[in-house]
Ligand binder design. Structure first.
Ligand code: AMP
Ligand code: GLY
Length: 432
């Protein structure tokens, strides 16, 4: 039977995450048209790119989608979701993968997500939210545990301070509440217990009560090898991450995922999209570090290649509220991504350098170049962002997947490029 090509799809966003989504869905038999807005400089061979529509300009995205007859929109980043893009599109009859504003608040307000977890008895660090500095200071000084300080609002992954002592903790709280650090996002803070353990990212594709749990992944946040240096958006990832053992995943399903979905229902939230649960695997079981309402970046780059069934249909079914989990096939094997960055990143970084890329025919099987901070200038692809490219490999073993990713990194170059050479180090050490 010939499949009907009925979906005109708009992917909103322009990073590596969105390019990975585009690569995963571009082969679907349901696809009639595929556009990414604003996209980036390297997506042109995979889809159409509409660079004039910014992902954060909800009016522009809405008008572009509706005026051009798109019937399915996949929203990559959190900002447009928290501004209600999905609600507006749904009200106009467009199917959307991504939660409405009521669901997106789980990421947009850490104070809300902490109170949600408390209400539904979801294991997380104990803590409190504050808008008043002197109250926060008193709590920090009297807390019977080491604390971390978090700006409540969206801060592009940079709103968390892990202080080395109480004085530093108090100073961080003061900076946020009285010093305007993180602007409005820091006008409310969460002070919570510092958890000890190993982190993993659990990505759920949620459709109301039903969900698909993708393989656990692990990000590498620090810029330097051995997890040294400042935090970044993520320097590499792999999946499945064995630290999330079958027992940990069972614990996560029973004590985190099920109560979260029940909580969403009780709050009247019809959640359709990705729920990213960042967990810390502690001696007392898995605890939630944070919720995000979209795929992780770069985690998405390693999860998309592991979806063997039609990823477009999976997201569309979720958007329509009719997920059939029996149709979903997640493949065996491993995927790894190495992120290549611009000189200076995560600080002030250089832009404009021309990128040398292999020809498509020289990219081996099960290896992919995912573009993030790239731009087309006079027909050349050049550096325009801090995280520039993701080099992805897939194989039957983690070391095989990493070997493919690093082999690809060896075929790409631009002036000042840097990347970590130890992605997957924890798991590789464990395998030995
Ligand atoms: P978040 O934005 O909440 O994910 O925090 C960013 C990073 O800060 C996390 O990935 C953790 O590495 C760290 N972090 C956040 N909260 C805690 C906590 N309560 N204890 C220890 N580390 C934390
Ligand atoms: N890689 C972490 C995140 O996307 O939040």
């Amino acid at each position: 039977m010939e499949e009907k090509k009925d979906l005109k799809v708009l992917v909103v966003g322009g990073g590596g995450r969105e390019h990975a989504i585009v690569k995963a869905i571009k082969g679907s038999g349901r696809l009639q048209k595929l556009v990414c807005a604003p996209g980036n400089g390297g997506m042109g061979s995979d889809c159409e790119v509409e660079a004039s529509v910014s992902a954060d300009d909800v009016d522009a995205v809405f008008n572009y989608a509706v005026n051009n007859g798109f019937n399915f929109v996949i929203v990559g980043p959190e900002a447009p979701l928290s501004m209600g893009l999905a609600d507006r599109l749904r009200a106009a009859g467009v199917a959307v993968y991504g939660p409405g504003k009521d669901g997106a608040v789980l990421e947009a307000s850490k104070a809300y997500s902490k109170s949600f977890m408390k209400k539904y008895s979801i294991p997380t660090a104990q803590g409190m939210s504050f808008t008043d500095f002197s109250e926060a200071k008193k709590y920090i000084e009297e807390a019977p545990f080491d604390v971390v300080i978090k700006a409540s609002g969206l801060a592009a992954g940079k709103g968390v301070v892990i202080p080395s002592d109480r004085a530093e903790a108090v100073a961080a709280a003061r900076d946020m509440l009285e010093g305007g650090a993180f602007g409005k996002s820091g006008s409310e803070i969460v002070v919570e217990e510092k958890m000890l353990g190993e982190e993993a990212s659990i990505m759920l594709m949620v459709c109301g009560n039903d969900y698909v749990m993708l393989p656990a992944s692990q990000d590498h946040k620090r810029v330097g090898e051995g997890d040294k240096g400042p935090n970044t958006g993520g320097m590499g990832a792999y999946a499945p991450a064995a630290v999330a053992t079958a027992q940990v995943l069972e614990d996560v399903r029973k004590n985190i995922v099920e109560p979260v979905l029940k909580g969403l229902q009780s709050e009247g939230i019809d959640y359709r999209g990705t729920l990213y649960v960042g967990i810390m695997i502690t001696d007392a079981g898995a605890k939630v570090v944070e919720f995000n309402v979209r795929f992780g970046d770069p985690e998405c780059q390693v999860l998309m290649p592991l979806i063997e069934s039609d990823a477009l249909e999976l997201m569309y079914d979720i958007a329509l509220g009719k997920l059939d989990t029996s149709k979903v096939k997640i493949g065996g094997g491993y995927a790894a991504v190495v992120v290549m960055c611009a000189e200076g990143y995560p600080g002030k970084y250089r832009k404009g350098m021309k990128i040398e890329l292999p020809k498509d025919c020289d990219i081996p099987q099960n290896s992919w170049i995912v573009h993030a901070g790239t731009k087309l200038v006079d027909g050349n692809i050049s550096v325009s962002g801090g995280r520039v490219l993701g080099l992805v490999g897939k194989d039957s073993t983690l070391s095989g997947a990493l070997a493919k990713a690093y082999a690809l990194a060896g075929k790409v170059d631009f002036d000042g490029a840097h990347f970590r050479r130890d992605i997957g180090h924890r798991q590789l050490a464990r395998e030995k």
